[in-house]
Design a protein around this ligand. Structure first.
Ligand code: SAH
Length: 441
């Protein structure tokens, strides 16, 4: 048996869904962070269970052909980009496999058989998988020597590790952070920066426990500066009150040709380049001709709803967060869309109302935990021709698809999209079609 701190030599053959390398020695399985399939490594034993254990990487003996040097010097300490030491093609392959494993293991789908007729596409990646995030949140505070630092929290702690130029964030972050550090006040907690990639507009939001002055110099080209007051002792970054210090208090950006207004509190997808590809697939899979009634459940600020509205007769969006629905209605107005209606409430409750038109297509984009069972049951009773499922967690996706397929649907298309390069996350768009529904060829 193995003992703690013992040195082992292992060949890494796979990656766990969390991005840890998996190695085998005899019938024993090792999980070793910061390794890549194809590596042979020396590692020291941390924890041993009956059939598996965890070890810490000590030395790479033979590097995998897929191994690359992470561009970010602190990728390992940060842990956010756990795939940075793997080349981008291999990352996309890993994500496709993650979806495949979940659909096969949890959903019991056979993706390889021709008879099943499921089209399973390669992950849609980015041409340039860096500087893709339009939003950054930096905690700000003092280090042990009393110097002002901003960066990110070290894993499992509230110690700030200095990092002002995260490589998946925008270049402008660095100068903004430097400028705010010079105006440091002990009441400051976080700096939130958002950029509209198409409009070039930038919002700076300083989160502080009390009202303070923050001035951004004109040469930084900031569109609007706001102060958010958060005096609560919790992990939630933003408080309820936002004071506009300069500019309109919001920025605008586009997804496709649709314009959206984004305030400090609004939810907006963080990878605007990939989100167009994701929504493009959702709209394509919905197969709209202009006569359909469509439901968009878990609609957020209505980004998918409005993308669908252009091609449908009528679209209904349902979302549990009330301010998001207000944004959705405003966004519909901003784009002159008048065939979209929005409802506040839980999807599983709102769709139980019997005064709604029967949908031809239902789109769902639930949070990680997936759809509520009542919601799935109700969708099955409504019997739309097509269901488009947008998912950020392929395990709950697989669970829900199994229920929908047992209730009369066939899985037709699966499209993974890489919204978060270098992280283990993968987004997916899936098309289901009712068995009674003849697909136009
Ligand atoms: N489709 C949107 C948002 C997806 S995120 C977009 O692409 O931008 C998932 C959304 O589901 C969040 O806005 C969350 O507030 C909402 N939500 C969570 N549980 C819900 C429920 N039971 N009913 C309706 N909406 C819910």
């Amino acid at each position: 048996m193995f003992s703690k701190n013992q040195t082992i030599e292992v060949k890494i053959v796979d990656l766990s869904h969390e991005g840890e390398g998996i190695g085998k020695s005899n019938a024993f399985t090792w999980f070793i962070k910061d390794t890549v399939p194809g590596d042979t490594v020396e590692a020291s034993v941390m924890k041993v269970k009956k059939t598996y254990g965890y070890a810490r990487l000590q030395k790479i003996i033979i590097p995998s052909p897929d191994r690359v040097k992470p561009l970010c010097p602190i990728a390992r300490a940060c842990g956010g980009c756990s795939l940075q030491d793997m080349n981008y093609e291999a990352q996309l392959e890993f994500k496709k496999n993650k979806v495949k494993n979940n659909l096969e293991r949890i959903g019991e789908f056979d993706l390889d058989s021709e008879d099943a007729g499921i089209e399973f596409f390669d992950t849609i990646g980015m041409d340039d998988p860096w500087r893709y995030r339009n939003k950054a949140q930096y905690p700000i505070g003092l280090d042990r020597n009393g110097n002002v630092i901003a960066g990110f929290y070290a894993m499992h702690s509230h110690n700030i590790i200095s990092c002002e130029d995260c490589l998946i964030g925008i270049k402008e972050n660095k100068a903004i952070i430097e400028c705010i550090k010079k105006q440091y006040d002990p009441s400051m907690r976080h700096i939130l920066i958002r950029k509209g990639f198409k409009t070039g507009q930038i919002m700076v939001c300083v989160v502080a426990s009390k009202k303070i002055k923050v001035v951004m110099p004109p040469e930084l080209g900031i569109t609007t500066t706001v102060l958010n007051i958060n005096d609560k002792d919790t992990n939630v970054i933003l408080g309820d009150k936002t004071i506009v210090l300069d500019g309109p208090g919001y920025i605008e950006d586009y997804i496709g040709n649709l314009k959206f207004r984004i305030s400090a509190q609004s939810f907006f997808q963080v990878n605007p380049v990939q989100v167009e590809k994701l929504y493009g697939k959702a709209v394509e899979f919905a197969g709209l001709t202009g006569c359909e009634t469509v439901w968009d459940l878990y609609c957020g600020i209505g980004t998918i709803t409005l993308s669908l509205a252009e091609k449908a007769k009528m679209v209904y969006g349902v979302e549990v967060v009330e301010p998001a629905i207000r944004d959705a209605e405003e966004n519909a107005g901003l784009n002159g869309i008048n065939n979209a209606r929005f409802y506040v409430g839980k999807a599983e409750e709102v769709i139980l109302r019997d005064d709604f038109e029967k949908p031809d297509v239902v789109v769902v984009d639930p949070p990680r935990k997936g759809c509520d069972e009542v919601c799935l049951d109700t969708i099955l009773k409504m019997k739309p021709d097509r269901i488009v499922y947008v998912s950020c967690d392929s395990a709950t996706l697989a669970r829900d698809l199994k229920i929908l397929c047992a209730g009369g649907y066939e899985l037709k298309k699966v499209q993974p999209v890489d919204m978060f390069p270098h992280t283990v996350h993968v987004e997916c768009v899936v098309l289901l079609s009712h068995i009674s529904c003849v697909e136009p060829k």
